[in-house]
Design a protein around this ligand. Sequence first.
Ligand code: PLP
Length: 416
Amino acid sequence: MHFSNFAARYQKSTGTVRLMEDLGAATSASGCICQLGGGNPAHIPEVEDLLREAMADLTADTLAFGKMIGEYDAPGGNVAFRETLANLLTEQFGWPLTQNNIAITNGSQSSFGLLFNSFAGSFPDDSHKRILLPLTPEYVGYFDVGLAEQPIFEGRRAEIDLLPNRQFKYRVDFESLQLNQSHGAVCVSRPTNPTGNVITDREMDQLRGECHNAGIPLIVDGAYGLPFPGMIFTPATPFWDANTILLLSLSKLGLPGLRTGIVVAAPEIIQLIQNTNAINTLAPSRVGPTLLTPLLQQGKLQNICDELIRPYYERKRDQALQVIEQVMDDLPVRVHKPEGALFLWLWFDGLPITSEALYQELMALGVFVLPSRPFYPSELSNSRHQDECIRVNYAASEGAVTSGLTQIAQVVRSHF
Ligand SMILES: Cc1ncc(COP(=O)(O)O)c(C=O)c1O
């Protein structure tokens, strides 16, 4: 088989490939598995009941069901959904949006590829630009999407604030930010995967100002954020303006199987996505938007987020923290202040092995977590901290979280 240079990009294993393979391996493995890796959201029975009801209503509606499965949607995505969402965001947050500010993709992951390669890589004046990640560690899924020969990411190391109760919080180091001509956009996930950090309003304001001054867009990945799924446990104000590209997703509502991503941006960016959708996939899926439109119109989605999803994850977070207190009391562990999303980021200060080796050892025991290094762009200079952390997804069952954390404690203890 002779593959092109293009195929070479997809022939190697990467952080994202490994993450998704681990998910598959854990699903098909026999024996006792603690799946605390991957980014699967929880199965929340009450939420699934409501979604099942909405799907039953939809399948009972002959016309709507027929259109959903039997017709390609508009290349920018379902117009009724985009109009409904634009009105809702305008009402809720005062953002001046119409359907021309919203596009649908087959999952946020595919939006990143398009956006990052549109704002980074080679430019007509022969310059090369990069996406600046002001606060690393950052979402592993970003790092493999670049199509350019040269790296398209540049990361800045976070400042670390030590907090009571063996917690810590990452903070943007604005002195090292130094936006310049070589940057095409800035991107943050808020809440952040892998750390559960929620970048503060003040940090966001400053990033927004610096991007505006540099004339480059600020990309905000709200996969876990506001208005949905709303997995934020600390005060945080969402924002949007014409220089902001906000990415939303239906996945963490409990619908990753529907592969629906949403981009809220200036019309010229929406047009770009629309054209890319047409070229690459003809049209995005219309299942997610068709299912969600009535829930948005009836205000039910907001209730689902406020009354079911957020309290559920808060409870899960607290249970996981309690287990850590019990089983890691004697270990030099710190937990990043868990302010959102569904992860705990554990820092074993002075860990005698790398977290990559720890990850391998845990996997052999059937405990799946993620090591820290893949969450940093490879160009970032090394620091010990990059190899001392692991990410734990606490959406799994209480038994799996307790057993997994207990085994993590045992293995880490054996190395100290
Ligand atoms: C921070 C973050 N952004 C985006 C995504 C991708 O979401 P989607 O399922 O919409 O592709 C994920 C998935 O885990 C994520 O953690």
